[in-house]
Design a binder for this molecule. Structure first.
Ligand code: DCP
Ligand code: MG
Length: 399
């Protein structure tokens, strides 16, 4: 029933140590860089016979999912997180290509080092995507668009891959801009163009508006940025909670979030995918025990010390939540971890939502210990956009 699929992960997560002060935010220059069809592009680069062909990167297993699809496959409705089996039905000539994560990581490191030649204010979002604050930049280049051009060119020369870049005065618009002329695109949204641009923008392209939020907005008659701007703040917060305020600001081109640079924080975790999605309490309790066993083994093996336990759950519909709890002592033994794991699991509503994947990890959030002791922190990401990165599941033979 249970398959441990992912090998021990020593993940690197960003914590926020470097960012521009509020007072300096008036005229920021932000670049968002996003590689084009990343995993698929690496495979097409290294296997010339795949070029120009519809490919999906993933494992051709009953429960395999598409990590990404080449642009040739996308018109058939093949996209990230789709089941490989459904993808093959949608596009019978689809070629399934196994992923090579080591290569993707190498490219990621390479592009990161290019970014560092321009600024240290880099906020990586995933392996292939990052925000850069180039308001002050190392070579002293006055125009952000010139930096973006140089970065794109350097990436292509050094990795043989193309990236798209967006340039603006805030993260929200830089992100939209990078997506605007994909692939190999470069788009600049100047402050004076921003309002007109946002007014015409479909709400589905807004940061944080996923399928469900879009449906709700459409029901409220909100289709464009302009429609959104005409809705009073009270109604937006009533309908979308905290995100309502964010949408209210975005519709006005206001996004003061700084670009925050990363510092390395390690975590140790393990994940397991069920052969069948399950809501069965006994099976889940067993699975949690196995996760704890595996986590303890990995903590020991890596000689790792951390304070925060995080439970990750992916439901049958690929919706994902993570919940964390921070202790005031290092989590090293079953006695320490088990009650916390049970507490986190007790909060998961799985009766109506069968679970597909369970993950458990320990990280060293020194910043949250110890005064948040035993207060669960709801880390469920409110934005669809944020649910960005999940590696392809592999069948057991690859574990
Ligand atoms: N990825 C994944 N699982 C997902 C989404 C993405 O494993 N659910 C991986 C594969 C992608 C990479 O992350 O190649 C980058 O994700 P992007 O969303 O940037 O997608 P692509 O780079 O593949 O395509 P695009 O050109 O649209 O950016
Ligand atoms: Mg990409």
């Amino acid at each position: 029933m249970l398959t441990i699929v992912n090998p021990c992960t020593l993940t690197k997560m960003p914590i926020f140590v470097l960012f521009r002060r509020q007072g300096q935010m008036s005229a920021r220059k932000i670049i968002h860089v996003d590689m084009d069809q990343f995993f698929a592009a690496v495979e097409q680069r290294d296997q010339p016979q795949l070029r120009g062909k519809p490919i999906a990167v993933g494992y051709d297993a009953p429960r395999g999912i598409v990590a990404t699809a080449s642009y040739e496959a996308r018109p058939y409705g093949v996209h990230s997180a789709l089941s490989i089996q459904i993808a093959k039905k949608r596009c019978p000539q689809l070629i399934i290509v196994e992923p090579h994560f080591q290569k993707y990581k190498e490219v990621s490191v390479r592009i990161r080092s290019i970014f560092h030649e321009y600024t240290d204010l880099i906020e990586p979002i995933s392996l292939d995507e990052a925000f850069l604050d180039v308001t002050e930049n190392k070579p002293g280049i006055p125009l952000a668009v010139d930096i973006a051009k140089e970065i794109k060119q350097r990436i292509e020369e050094e990795t043989g891959l193309t990236a798209s870049a967006g340039v603006s005065y805030c993260k929200f618009l830089a992100k939209i801009a990078s997506d605007y002329r994909k692939p190999n695109g470069l788009c600049v949204i100047h402050p004076q163009q921003a309002q007109a641009f946002i007014d015409k923008l479909e709400v589905t392209r807004f940061w944080g508006v996923g399928k469900k939020t879009a449906e709700r907005m459409h029901k409220m008659g909100i289709y464009t940025g302009n429609d959104l701007r005409n809705v009073p703040l009270g109604i937006l917060t009533q309908s979308f909670g905290k995100a309502g305020h964010i949408f209210y600001n975005f519709a006005r081109g206001i996004d003061k979030r700084p670009v925050v640079s990363e510092w390395i924080r390690k975590s140790v975790s393990c994940e397991q995918t069920f052969e069948r999605d399950t809501s069965n309490a006994n099976e889940l309790a067993d699975a949690l025990q196995k996760s704890i066993d595996e986590l303890l083994r990995r903590l020991k093996k890596n000689n790792f010390e951390g304070y925060t336990l995080t439970l990750k759950i992916k439901f049958h519909d690929f919706r994902q939540i993570t919940r964390s709890i921070t202790s005031n002592h290092i989590l090293q033994t079953r006695e320490e971890i088990e009650p916390l794991a049970n507490q986190l699991m007790a909060e998961v509503d799985y009766d109506q939502h069968p679970i597909r994947l369970m993950g458990l990890g320990v990280s060293n959030h020194h910043d949250t210990a110890p005064d948040t002791l035993l207060q669960p922190i709801q880390l469920e990401l409110p934005f669809d956009y944020d649910d960005i990165y999940d590696v392809t599941q592999s069948p057991q033979s690859h574990s």
